[in-house]
Design a binder for this molecule. Structure first.
Ligand SMILES: Nc1nc2c(ncn2[C@@H]2O[C@H](COP(=O)(O)OP(=O)(O)OP(=O)(O)O)[C@@H](O)[C@H]2O)c(=O)[nH]1
Ligand SMILES: [Mg+2]
Length: 441
């Protein structure tokens, strides 16, 4: 196994930079650069020298984590340096001169941790999500996954199915005896129990994935009602052009918001109407596509014309819709009203009146769709696919005409779950999963 090294803190100028080494030659490399390694897991201030020239490179904290009690399960060395670009560059160059050391690939430290059983695949994904978390709710979800809550759930199901499989397999070895009715009954009950839990887990309306990826909120409506003005007010900056001319916005303009700890992509769209030219027509097509994919839609109408929502807008109404009646600084509207049966808010994008109430409703809608639940939620399409495979195999096992076929289906079900946590042949997945890690890059 090679010994690898990388800058583990962010690139660029900083107070402190951390370079990490992992592998069998990590300690030897360290000894070429310092005099006297500190005791394991104890920080020691040392002068770092170039192993070839002996020139001093920096002085910093050195930490060692002998295998297997380290992040990767290998010997790990951490160098806490002054975070200047030249310091980092010179130490990286010095490490390149050490025997048998090479720079780490993206995700390689975590991949080694996985390969040494320090974390399962869901925890490794949780770690990547934690590093990428932009909002508080994302952070909490990722931390739960890193701690192993999701992995433990899947492992429990896998164990339950493995137990059933073991009983069945014991009987395959003695076919003349046949499957005792009670065992057949118990196996079916065990499979049904796991299946019910999986179906329940899958029926989460993608909440974990939505929180991980961010929710999309689209502002839609006729031209000139103030859609871009609302986007700008919520973004707190003039992201979209606002003008009195109807048909100003042609493209989809997106801004990222942290809404009470939840990541939201807010999209402003072209006004929906019979387009006047080719560009506007494309804008309207894009607006409709955004409407189709949005998790939440804010349909906006003008206070002067709100009573007639129009066919175009009413076809977009569904359970994910809120209405905003804008320009309420110009005319008044009834205190409590519902357009097309949806929650409706009187606002003025210009004076910002009513925006707080609209935002509170939006946050409530976001939490309903992506809020953290009691049980850990799946966060990736990959988990969903494997769980669906597992459920299908269990359904097929329930209908199996022989004990051998039942065992085969059960084996497939166990394997499908095992692939989520990485317990079984996942070589094909590893490059994809760890290739996406950019920790320390
Ligand atoms: N009085 C008043 N005027 C507003 C309000 N919001 C927007 N406006 C004005 O309405 C006009 C259109 O605003 P935009 O935000 O560009 O409207 P839009 O819906 O994005 O329009 P298109 O991009 O053409 O579809 C501009 O002149 C704004 O200043 C409001 O709350 N009150
Ligand atoms: Mg606009």
């Amino acid at each position: 196994m090679d010994t690898i090294y990388a800058l583990s803190s962010a690139a660029g100028r900083a107070g402190v930079a951390i370079i990490r080494l992992s592998g069998p030659k990590a300690m030897a490399a360290l000894r070429q650069m310092i005099v006297g390694a500190p005791a394991p897991r104890e920080a020691g201030l040392r002068r770092l020298r170039h192993p070839g020239t002996g020139l001093e490179l920096d002085q910093g904290m050195v930490l060692t984590f002998p295998a297997p009690r380290s992040f990767t399960g290998e010997d790990v060395v951490e160098l806490h340096l002054h975070g200047g670009r030249a310091v980092v560059r010179s130490v990286l160059e010095a490490l390149a001169c050490c025997d048998s050391l090479r720079p780490a690939e993206p995700g390689e430290f975590t991949r080694r941790a996985f390969e040494h059983g320090k974390l399962d695949l869901t925890a490794a994904e949780g770690l990547a999500d934690l590093v990428n978390a932009e909002t508080d709710a994302q952070r909490r979800q990722a931390l739960r996954q890193l701690r192993g809550e999701l992995g433990a759930l899947y492992e429990r199901w896998r164990q339950q199915l493995m137990r059933a499989l073991a009983h069945i397999e014991a009987h395959i070895d003695f076919p003349e005896e046949g499957l005792p009715p009670t065992l057949a009954e118990q196996t079916r009950a065990a499979m049904a129990a796991v299946s019910v839990e999986i179906v329940d887990h899958l029926q989460d309306k993608r909440r974990g994935e939505r929180l991980r990826d961010g929710l999309s909120v689209a502002i839609l409506g006729p031209p000139n009602v103030g859609k871009s003005s609302l986007l700008n007010a919520l973004a707190g900056r003039p992201a979209a052009i606002v003008a009195a001319t109807a048909g100003t916005t042609r493209d989809v303009i997106e801004v990222q918001l942290d809404l009470g700890g939840y990541p939201v992509t807010l999209a402003d769209t072209a006004g929906l109407r019979e387009a006047r030219d080719e560009i506007e027509s494309e804008g309207v097509r894009r607006a409709r596509a955004v409407a189709d994919n949005a998790d939440i839609k804010i349909l906006m109408v003008d206070v002067e014309t709100y009573q007639d929502v129009g066919i175009e807008l009413s076809t977009l109404v569904d359970a994910d819709t809120l209405f905003a009646v804008n320009k309420c600084d110009l005319a008044s509207v009834p205190a409590a009203m519902r357009l097309c049966g949806c929650p409706t808010f009187a606002i003025s994008a210009r004076t910002e009146a009513g925006l707080e109430v609209l935002l509170a409703a939006l946050l409530e809608a976001v939490v309903e769709r992506a809020g953290l639940a009691e049980a850990p939620a799946l966060t990736q399409q990959r988990h969903r696919r494997s769980l669906e495979e597992c459920r299908e195999s269990l359904a097929s096992a329930q209908l199996a005409s022989s004990i051998e076929l039942l065992a085969e289906d059960l084996r497939l079900a166990v394997r499908a779950i095992g692939r989520i946590t990485g317990r079984v042949d996942v070589e094909d997945l590893l490059d994809v999963i760890f290739g996406e890690f950019c920790i320390g890059k």
